[in-house]
Design a binder for this molecule. Structure first.
Ligand code: GDP
Ligand code: MG
Length: 444
Protein backbone atom coordinates (compact mmCIF):
# COMPACT_ATOMS: atom_id res chain seq x y z
CA UNK A 1 0.00 0.00 0.00
CA UNK A 2 0.93 3.63 -0.53
CA UNK A 3 3.97 2.61 -2.62
CA UNK A 4 3.84 5.69 -4.84
CA UNK A 5 3.85 8.17 -1.97
CA UNK A 6 6.45 6.19 -0.06
CA UNK A 7 8.81 6.18 -3.00
CA UNK A 8 8.56 9.94 -3.50
CA UNK A 9 8.99 10.81 0.15
CA UNK A 10 11.91 8.42 0.52
CA UNK A 11 13.67 10.19 -2.31
CA UNK A 12 13.16 13.58 -0.70
CA UNK A 13 14.33 12.39 2.70
CA UNK A 14 17.33 10.51 1.38
CA UNK A 15 18.57 13.80 0.05
CA UNK A 16 17.90 15.56 3.33
CA UNK A 17 19.41 13.01 5.66
CA UNK A 18 22.64 12.69 3.73
CA UNK A 19 23.46 16.35 4.23
CA UNK A 20 25.39 17.46 7.27
CA UNK A 21 23.91 20.84 8.08
CA UNK A 22 20.54 22.03 6.83
CA UNK A 23 19.57 25.59 6.16
CA UNK A 24 16.09 26.94 6.37
CA UNK A 25 16.14 27.05 2.58
CA UNK A 26 16.83 23.31 2.50
CA UNK A 27 13.83 22.65 4.69
CA UNK A 28 11.64 24.95 2.62
CA UNK A 29 12.72 23.25 -0.58
CA UNK A 30 12.11 19.82 0.90
CA UNK A 31 8.67 20.87 2.10
CA UNK A 32 7.81 22.08 -1.37
CA UNK A 33 8.60 18.59 -2.65
CA UNK A 34 6.66 16.98 0.18
CA UNK A 35 3.74 19.21 -0.69
CA UNK A 36 3.83 18.10 -4.29
CA UNK A 37 4.10 14.44 -3.31
CA UNK A 38 1.10 14.73 -0.99
CA UNK A 39 -0.99 16.50 -3.60
CA UNK A 40 -0.13 13.84 -6.16
CA UNK A 41 -1.19 11.27 -3.59
CA UNK A 42 -4.59 13.01 -3.63
CA UNK A 43 -4.36 14.35 -0.08
CA UNK A 44 -6.83 17.19 0.53
CA UNK A 45 -5.34 20.60 -0.12
CA UNK A 46 -6.13 21.97 3.35
CA UNK A 47 -4.53 18.95 4.93
CA UNK A 48 -1.41 19.34 2.80
CA UNK A 49 -1.12 22.99 3.72
CA UNK A 50 -1.47 22.50 7.45
CA UNK A 51 0.85 19.50 7.26
CA UNK A 52 3.75 21.34 5.65
CA UNK A 53 3.17 24.45 7.78
CA UNK A 54 3.39 22.41 10.96
CA UNK A 55 6.54 20.64 9.84
CA UNK A 56 8.23 23.90 8.84
CA UNK A 57 7.30 25.60 12.07
CA UNK A 58 8.65 22.77 14.19
CA UNK A 59 11.74 22.26 12.07
CA UNK A 60 12.74 25.88 12.49
CA UNK A 61 12.30 25.79 16.25
CA UNK A 62 13.76 22.34 16.67
CA UNK A 63 16.67 21.62 18.90
CA UNK A 64 18.74 19.27 16.81
CA UNK A 65 20.12 16.67 19.15
CA UNK A 66 23.69 15.57 18.75
CA UNK A 67 24.48 12.38 16.84
CA UNK A 68 21.66 12.88 14.38
CA UNK A 69 21.77 15.12 11.34
CA UNK A 70 19.33 17.99 10.92
CA UNK A 71 17.87 16.07 8.01
CA UNK A 72 17.14 13.09 10.21
CA UNK A 73 15.54 15.47 12.67
CA UNK A 74 13.26 16.78 9.93
CA UNK A 75 12.24 13.24 9.02
CA UNK A 76 11.31 12.65 12.64
CA UNK A 77 9.24 15.83 12.68
CA UNK A 78 7.49 14.83 9.44
CA UNK A 79 6.76 11.46 11.01
CA UNK A 80 5.31 13.06 14.15
CA UNK A 81 3.09 15.38 12.15
CA UNK A 82 1.96 12.50 9.97
CA UNK A 83 0.96 10.44 12.99
CA UNK A 84 -1.01 13.42 14.32
CA UNK A 85 -2.69 13.90 10.95
CA UNK A 86 -3.66 10.24 10.89
CA UNK A 87 -5.26 10.55 14.30
CA UNK A 88 -2.56 9.70 16.88
CA UNK A 89 -4.18 6.75 18.61
CA UNK A 90 -5.68 3.55 17.27
CA UNK A 91 -9.46 3.55 17.69
CA UNK A 92 -10.84 0.03 17.84
CA UNK A 93 -14.51 -0.81 17.42
CA UNK A 94 -16.33 0.17 20.57
CA UNK A 95 -18.52 -2.54 22.06
CA UNK A 96 -18.98 -0.85 25.38
CA UNK A 97 -22.78 -0.88 25.49
CA UNK A 98 -25.50 -3.25 26.68
CA UNK A 99 -25.83 -6.40 24.56
CA UNK A 100 -26.74 -6.86 21.83
CA UNK A 101 -24.42 -4.07 20.67
CA UNK A 102 -25.58 -2.91 17.25
CA UNK A 103 -23.11 -2.09 14.49
CA UNK A 104 -24.47 -0.53 11.31
CA UNK A 105 -22.47 -0.55 8.09
CA UNK A 106 -23.09 2.19 5.54
CA UNK A 107 -21.54 3.22 2.23
CA UNK A 108 -21.85 3.20 -1.51
CA UNK A 109 -22.47 0.15 -3.65
CA UNK A 110 -19.37 -1.97 -4.16
CA UNK A 111 -17.39 -0.25 -1.41
CA UNK A 112 -17.05 -3.51 0.46
CA UNK A 113 -19.81 -3.29 3.08
CA UNK A 114 -20.96 -6.89 2.90
CA UNK A 115 -17.42 -8.26 2.77
CA UNK A 116 -16.32 -6.04 5.67
CA UNK A 117 -19.37 -6.97 7.74
CA UNK A 118 -18.35 -10.62 7.54
CA UNK A 119 -14.67 -9.79 8.18
CA UNK A 120 -15.49 -7.83 11.33
CA UNK A 121 -17.92 -10.48 12.57
CA UNK A 122 -15.31 -13.18 12.07
CA UNK A 123 -12.75 -11.18 13.99
CA UNK A 124 -15.11 -10.50 16.91
CA UNK A 125 -15.91 -14.22 17.11
CA UNK A 126 -12.35 -15.51 16.65
CA UNK A 127 -10.42 -12.94 18.65
CA UNK A 128 -12.87 -11.79 21.29
CA UNK A 129 -15.12 -14.80 21.62
CA UNK A 130 -18.26 -12.74 21.01
CA UNK A 131 -21.52 -14.19 19.78
CA UNK A 132 -22.36 -12.29 16.63
CA UNK A 133 -25.49 -12.21 14.48
CA UNK A 134 -25.36 -10.61 11.02
CA UNK A 135 -28.36 -9.32 9.09
CA UNK A 136 -28.52 -7.99 5.54
CA UNK A 137 -30.95 -5.12 5.09
CA UNK A 138 -30.16 -4.92 1.38
CA UNK A 139 -33.45 -5.62 -0.36
CA UNK A 140 -32.36 -3.79 -3.52
CA UNK A 141 -30.01 -6.33 -5.01
CA UNK A 142 -31.71 -9.72 -5.44
CA UNK A 143 -28.85 -11.85 -4.16
CA UNK A 144 -27.53 -9.47 -1.51
CA UNK A 145 -29.01 -11.23 1.51
CA UNK A 146 -27.87 -14.58 0.17
CA UNK A 147 -24.33 -13.16 -0.32
CA UNK A 148 -24.08 -12.38 3.40
CA UNK A 149 -25.48 -15.81 4.31
CA UNK A 150 -22.80 -17.48 2.18
CA UNK A 151 -20.04 -15.43 3.78
CA UNK A 152 -21.54 -16.20 7.20
CA UNK A 153 -21.32 -19.91 6.58
CA UNK A 154 -17.79 -19.47 5.30
CA UNK A 155 -16.55 -17.69 8.43
CA UNK A 156 -18.78 -19.52 10.90
CA UNK A 157 -20.97 -16.58 11.89
CA UNK A 158 -24.79 -16.77 12.16
CA UNK A 159 -26.99 -14.76 9.84
CA UNK A 160 -30.61 -13.81 10.33
CA UNK A 161 -32.91 -16.19 8.39
CA UNK A 162 -34.12 -14.54 5.20
CA UNK A 163 -37.82 -13.67 5.02
CA UNK A 164 -39.00 -12.43 1.65
CA UNK A 165 -40.91 -9.19 1.27
CA UNK A 166 -39.74 -7.33 4.38
CA UNK A 167 -38.54 -3.73 4.39
CA UNK A 168 -35.07 -2.86 5.72
CA UNK A 169 -36.61 -1.46 8.89
CA UNK A 170 -38.66 -4.62 9.44
CA UNK A 171 -35.57 -6.76 8.99
CA UNK A 172 -33.64 -4.54 11.41
CA UNK A 173 -36.32 -4.93 14.04
CA UNK A 174 -36.46 -8.67 13.57
CA UNK A 175 -32.68 -8.90 13.85
CA UNK A 176 -32.58 -6.83 17.01
CA UNK A 177 -35.26 -8.98 18.58
CA UNK A 178 -33.59 -12.23 17.56
CA UNK A 179 -30.25 -11.03 18.89
CA UNK A 180 -31.80 -9.99 22.17
CA UNK A 181 -33.86 -13.15 22.70
CA UNK A 182 -31.08 -15.51 21.65
CA UNK A 183 -28.37 -13.89 23.73
CA UNK A 184 -26.07 -12.51 21.01
CA UNK A 185 -23.41 -10.02 22.11
CA UNK A 186 -23.30 -8.14 18.84
CA UNK A 187 -25.75 -7.65 15.96
CA UNK A 188 -24.37 -6.33 12.68
CA UNK A 189 -26.51 -4.59 10.07
CA UNK A 190 -25.29 -4.68 6.50
CA UNK A 191 -27.16 -2.12 4.42
CA UNK A 192 -27.79 -1.42 0.75
CA UNK A 193 -25.71 1.12 -1.12
CA UNK A 194 -26.14 3.13 -4.26
CA UNK A 195 -23.73 4.17 -6.95
CA UNK A 196 -23.70 7.69 -5.55
CA UNK A 197 -25.10 9.60 -2.62
CA UNK A 198 -28.71 10.61 -3.09
CA UNK A 199 -31.59 11.63 -0.92
CA UNK A 200 -33.44 8.25 -0.91
CA UNK A 201 -30.25 6.52 0.30
CA UNK A 202 -29.74 9.02 3.11
CA UNK A 203 -33.38 8.80 4.10
CA UNK A 204 -33.21 5.01 4.19
CA UNK A 205 -30.05 5.10 6.32
CA UNK A 206 -31.62 7.56 8.75
CA UNK A 207 -34.69 5.36 9.02
CA UNK A 208 -32.64 2.23 9.66
CA UNK A 209 -30.59 4.09 12.22
CA UNK A 210 -33.78 4.97 14.06
CA UNK A 211 -34.87 1.35 14.16
CA UNK A 212 -31.51 -0.33 14.78
CA UNK A 213 -30.16 2.20 17.32
CA UNK A 214 -26.57 1.36 16.42
CA UNK A 215 -23.76 1.96 18.88
CA UNK A 216 -21.31 2.13 15.97
CA UNK A 217 -22.08 3.40 12.49
CA UNK A 218 -19.15 2.52 10.27
CA UNK A 219 -18.77 4.09 6.88
CA UNK A 220 -17.14 1.68 4.46
CA UNK A 221 -15.29 3.62 1.78
CA UNK A 222 -13.11 2.58 -1.13
CA UNK A 223 -9.65 4.09 -0.64
CA UNK A 224 -9.06 4.02 -4.40
CA UNK A 225 -11.59 6.82 -4.79
CA UNK A 226 -9.29 9.19 -2.89
CA UNK A 227 -10.86 12.58 -2.21
CA UNK A 228 -14.29 11.24 -3.17
CA UNK A 229 -14.09 8.84 -0.25
CA UNK A 230 -13.33 11.73 2.07
CA UNK A 231 -16.20 13.86 0.77
CA UNK A 232 -18.47 10.85 1.01
CA UNK A 233 -17.55 10.38 4.66
CA UNK A 234 -18.28 14.03 5.31
CA UNK A 235 -21.73 13.83 3.70
CA UNK A 236 -22.65 10.61 5.48
CA UNK A 237 -21.55 12.10 8.76
CA UNK A 238 -23.54 15.27 8.27
CA UNK A 239 -26.63 13.42 7.21
CA UNK A 240 -26.64 10.16 9.16
CA UNK A 241 -23.81 10.56 11.65
CA UNK A 242 -20.95 8.07 11.65
CA UNK A 243 -18.71 6.85 14.45
CA UNK A 244 -15.83 5.60 12.36
CA UNK A 245 -14.49 4.67 8.96
CA UNK A 246 -13.31 1.47 7.32
CA UNK A 247 -11.13 2.10 4.30
CA UNK A 248 -11.17 -0.80 1.86
CA UNK A 249 -8.94 -1.81 -1.06
CA UNK A 250 -5.90 -0.46 0.73
CA UNK A 251 -4.10 -3.38 -0.92
CA UNK A 252 -4.44 -1.60 -4.24
CA UNK A 253 -3.96 1.95 -2.98
CA UNK A 254 -0.61 3.31 -4.08
CA UNK A 255 -1.46 6.88 -3.15
CA UNK A 256 -2.79 7.03 0.39
CA UNK A 257 -4.65 10.31 -0.04
CA UNK A 258 -7.90 9.08 1.49
CA UNK A 259 -6.13 7.59 4.50
CA UNK A 260 -4.15 10.75 5.10
CA UNK A 261 -7.00 13.23 4.72
CA UNK A 262 -9.85 11.32 6.32
CA UNK A 263 -9.27 12.15 9.95
CA UNK A 264 -8.32 15.77 9.43
CA UNK A 265 -11.27 16.53 7.13
CA UNK A 266 -14.03 14.54 8.82
CA UNK A 267 -12.84 14.47 12.43
CA UNK A 268 -13.86 10.81 12.47
CA UNK A 269 -11.35 8.04 13.10
CA UNK A 270 -10.35 5.39 10.60
CA UNK A 271 -10.90 2.23 12.62
CA UNK A 272 -10.02 -0.53 10.21
CA UNK A 273 -8.39 -1.15 6.85
CA UNK A 274 -9.57 -3.68 4.31
CA UNK A 275 -6.47 -5.15 2.71
CA UNK A 276 -7.82 -7.81 0.37
CA UNK A 277 -10.73 -10.00 -0.65
CA UNK A 278 -10.01 -12.77 1.84
CA UNK A 279 -11.97 -12.89 5.08
CA UNK A 280 -8.91 -12.23 7.24
CA UNK A 281 -7.69 -9.28 5.15
CA UNK A 282 -8.64 -6.71 7.79
CA UNK A 283 -6.19 -4.64 9.82
CA UNK A 284 -6.50 -2.34 12.79
CA UNK A 285 -5.60 1.20 11.89
CA UNK A 286 -2.51 2.25 13.85
CA UNK A 287 -1.47 5.79 12.91
CA UNK A 288 2.18 5.33 13.89
CA UNK A 289 2.54 2.10 11.94
CA UNK A 290 0.88 3.62 8.90
CA UNK A 291 3.15 6.66 9.10
CA UNK A 292 6.14 4.32 9.26
CA UNK A 293 4.94 2.52 6.18
CA UNK A 294 4.23 5.69 4.24
CA UNK A 295 7.54 7.28 5.13
CA UNK A 296 9.53 4.09 4.92
CA UNK A 297 11.78 5.72 7.47
CA UNK A 298 11.06 3.84 10.68
CA UNK A 299 14.76 3.34 11.38
CA UNK A 300 15.54 7.05 11.28
CA UNK A 301 12.60 7.88 13.51
CA UNK A 302 13.74 5.47 16.19
CA UNK A 303 17.33 6.67 15.83
CA UNK A 304 16.24 10.23 16.60
CA UNK A 305 14.12 9.07 19.51
CA UNK A 306 17.08 7.24 21.02
CA UNK A 307 19.37 10.20 20.47
CA UNK A 308 16.88 12.49 22.16
CA UNK A 309 16.92 10.22 25.19
CA UNK A 310 20.68 10.28 25.43
CA UNK A 311 20.99 14.03 25.04
CA UNK A 312 20.05 14.49 28.69
CA UNK A 313 22.79 12.15 29.78
CA UNK A 314 25.29 13.95 27.60
CA UNK A 315 24.42 17.34 28.98
CA UNK A 316 24.76 16.01 32.49
CA UNK A 317 28.25 14.79 31.70
CA UNK A 318 29.26 18.17 30.37
CA UNK A 319 27.92 19.78 33.47
CA UNK A 320 29.85 17.43 35.70
CA UNK A 321 33.01 18.31 33.80
CA UNK A 322 32.42 22.00 34.40
CA UNK A 323 31.76 21.39 38.05
CA UNK A 324 34.97 19.49 38.46
CA UNK A 325 36.89 22.37 36.97
CA UNK A 326 35.35 24.63 39.58
CA UNK A 327 33.27 26.68 37.16
CA UNK A 328 29.63 26.53 38.04
CA UNK A 329 27.65 29.71 37.55
CA UNK A 330 23.96 30.46 37.98
CA UNK A 331 23.29 29.63 34.36
CA UNK A 332 24.62 26.14 34.99
CA UNK A 333 22.48 25.92 38.07
CA UNK A 334 19.40 26.89 36.09
CA UNK A 335 20.22 24.34 33.40
CA UNK A 336 20.74 21.73 36.01
CA UNK A 337 17.44 22.51 37.68
CA UNK A 338 15.74 22.25 34.31
CA UNK A 339 17.28 18.84 33.80
CA UNK A 340 16.23 17.74 37.24
CA UNK A 341 12.70 18.80 36.43
CA UNK A 342 12.73 16.99 33.14
CA UNK A 343 14.21 13.80 34.44
CA UNK A 344 11.63 13.68 37.18
CA UNK A 345 13.87 13.73 40.18
CA UNK A 346 17.26 14.29 41.56
CA UNK A 347 18.15 10.61 41.61
CA UNK A 348 17.99 10.32 37.84
CA UNK A 349 20.38 13.10 37.05
CA UNK A 350 22.85 12.35 39.81
CA UNK A 351 23.02 8.80 38.58
CA UNK A 352 24.31 10.04 35.24
CA UNK A 353 27.10 12.14 36.66
CA UNK A 354 30.42 10.57 37.28
CA UNK A 355 31.94 10.87 40.71
CA UNK A 356 28.79 11.71 42.61
CA UNK A 357 27.59 8.27 43.59
CA UNK A 358 27.81 9.04 47.27
CA UNK A 359 25.75 12.17 46.91
CA UNK A 360 22.94 10.48 45.13
CA UNK A 361 21.21 9.05 48.13
CA UNK A 362 21.64 12.26 50.07
CA UNK A 363 19.99 14.20 47.26
CA UNK A 364 17.17 11.76 47.03
CA UNK A 365 16.65 11.91 50.77
CA UNK A 366 16.46 15.68 50.56
CA UNK A 367 13.31 15.19 48.51
CA UNK A 368 13.69 18.28 46.38
CA UNK A 369 10.27 19.03 45.09
CA UNK A 370 9.14 20.51 41.83
CA UNK A 371 7.67 23.68 43.26
CA UNK A 372 10.97 24.63 44.83
CA UNK A 373 12.77 24.02 41.57
CA UNK A 374 10.30 26.15 39.65
CA UNK A 375 10.74 29.05 42.08
CA UNK A 376 14.49 28.82 41.92
CA UNK A 377 14.44 28.82 38.15
CA UNK A 378 12.10 31.80 38.12
CA UNK A 379 14.58 33.80 40.17
CA UNK A 380 17.49 32.89 37.92
CA UNK A 381 15.55 33.69 34.78
CA UNK A 382 14.90 37.20 36.07
CA UNK A 383 18.63 37.86 36.06
CA UNK A 384 20.61 39.22 33.16
CA UNK A 385 23.10 36.98 31.45
CA UNK A 386 25.89 38.97 33.01
CA UNK A 387 24.46 38.46 36.49
CA UNK A 388 24.09 34.75 35.97
CA UNK A 389 27.67 34.36 34.88
CA UNK A 390 29.03 36.58 37.60
CA UNK A 391 26.82 36.49 40.70
CA UNK A 392 29.28 38.67 42.62
CA UNK A 393 27.88 41.78 40.96
CA UNK A 394 24.50 41.19 42.57
CA UNK A 395 24.08 44.06 45.02
CA UNK A 396 20.94 45.32 46.74
CA UNK A 397 19.30 47.18 43.86
CA UNK A 398 19.82 44.34 41.43
CA UNK A 399 18.45 41.86 43.95
CA UNK A 400 15.36 44.01 44.41
CA UNK A 401 14.77 44.07 40.68
CA UNK A 402 15.21 40.30 40.41
CA UNK A 403 12.89 39.65 43.34
CA UNK A 404 10.23 41.85 41.78
CA UNK A 405 10.71 40.27 38.38
CA UNK A 406 10.25 36.76 39.68
CA UNK A 407 7.54 37.52 42.18
CA UNK A 408 9.76 36.62 45.13
CA UNK A 409 11.32 38.41 48.08
CA UNK A 410 14.87 39.68 48.27
CA UNK A 411 15.58 37.17 50.99
CA UNK A 412 14.60 34.36 48.61
CA UNK A 413 17.16 35.72 46.16
CA UNK A 414 19.76 35.81 48.93
CA UNK A 415 18.95 32.29 49.91
CA UNK A 416 19.39 31.07 46.38
CA UNK A 417 22.69 32.91 46.02
CA UNK A 418 23.98 31.46 49.24
CA UNK A 419 23.01 28.00 48.22
CA UNK A 420 24.62 28.46 44.84
CA UNK A 421 27.84 29.53 46.53
CA UNK A 422 27.77 26.49 48.73
CA UNK A 423 27.10 24.30 45.74
CA UNK A 424 29.89 25.87 43.72
CA UNK A 425 32.30 25.35 46.60
CA UNK A 426 31.19 21.83 47.00
CA UNK A 427 31.51 21.17 43.29
CA UNK A 428 35.18 22.06 43.49
CA UNK A 429 35.64 19.30 46.00
CA UNK A 430 33.66 16.78 44.03
CA UNK A 431 36.71 15.30 42.41
CA UNK A 432 37.79 14.02 45.80
CA UNK A 433 34.34 12.57 46.36
CA UNK A 434 33.74 14.71 49.44
CA UNK A 435 30.22 15.18 50.62
CA UNK A 436 28.65 18.60 50.46
CA UNK A 437 25.47 20.32 51.40
CA UNK A 438 23.45 20.00 48.21
CA UNK A 439 20.41 18.93 50.15
CA UNK A 440 20.00 22.47 51.38
CA UNK A 441 18.56 23.46 48.03
CA UNK A 442 15.37 21.86 49.18
CA UNK A 443 14.80 24.12 52.11
CA UNK A 444 13.74 27.20 50.20
P1 GDP B 1 -20.82 -3.77 -1.01
O1 GDP B 1 -21.60 -3.50 -2.24
O2 GDP B 1 -20.42 -2.49 -0.35
O3 GDP B 1 -21.49 -4.69 -0.07
O4 GDP B 1 -19.46 -4.45 -1.47
P2 GDP B 1 -19.01 -5.97 -1.36
O5 GDP B 1 -18.74 -6.34 0.04
O6 GDP B 1 -19.99 -6.83 -2.10
O7 GDP B 1 -17.61 -5.93 -2.12
C1 GDP B 1 -17.47 -5.65 -3.49
C2 GDP B 1 -16.17 -6.28 -4.01
O8 GDP B 1 -15.05 -5.68 -3.39
C3 GDP B 1 -16.08 -7.75 -3.69
O9 GDP B 1 -15.58 -8.42 -4.82
C4 GDP B 1 -15.05 -7.82 -2.59
O10 GDP B 1 -14.34 -9.03 -2.58
C5 GDP B 1 -14.18 -6.66 -2.89
N1 GDP B 1 -13.49 -6.12 -1.71
C6 GDP B 1 -14.03 -5.71 -0.53
N2 GDP B 1 -13.09 -5.25 0.32
C7 GDP B 1 -11.90 -5.37 -0.32
C8 GDP B 1 -10.54 -5.02 0.01
O11 GDP B 1 -10.22 -4.53 1.10
N3 GDP B 1 -9.59 -5.28 -0.94
C9 GDP B 1 -9.91 -5.83 -2.15
N4 GDP B 1 -8.92 -6.02 -3.00
N5 GDP B 1 -11.17 -6.13 -2.50
C10 GDP B 1 -12.17 -5.90 -1.61
MG1 MG C 1 -23.43 -5.46 -0.10
Amino acid sequence: MFEGLTEKLSGIFDGLTRRGALTEADVTAAMREVRRALLEADVALDVVRSFTDKVKERAVGANVVKSVTPGQMVVKIVSDVMVETLGSDAQPIDLDAPAPVAIMMVGLQGAGKTTTTAKIAKRLVDRQGRRVLMASLDVKRPAAQEQLAVLGRQVGVDTLPIVAGQTPVQIAQRAEQAARLQGYDVVMFDTAGRTHIDEPLMAEMAEIKGAAKPHEILLVADSLTGQDAVNLAKSFDERVGITGIVLTRIDGDGRGGAALSMRAVTGKPIKLLGTGEKMDALEDFHPSRIADRILGMGDIVSLVEKAAESIDAEQAMKMAEKMRKGRFDLEDLSNQLAQVEKLGGIGGIMGMMPGVGKLKQQMADANIDERVIKRQRAIISSMTREERRNPDILKASRKKRIAAGSGMKVEDVNKLLKQHRQMADMMKMLGGGKKGGLGKMASM
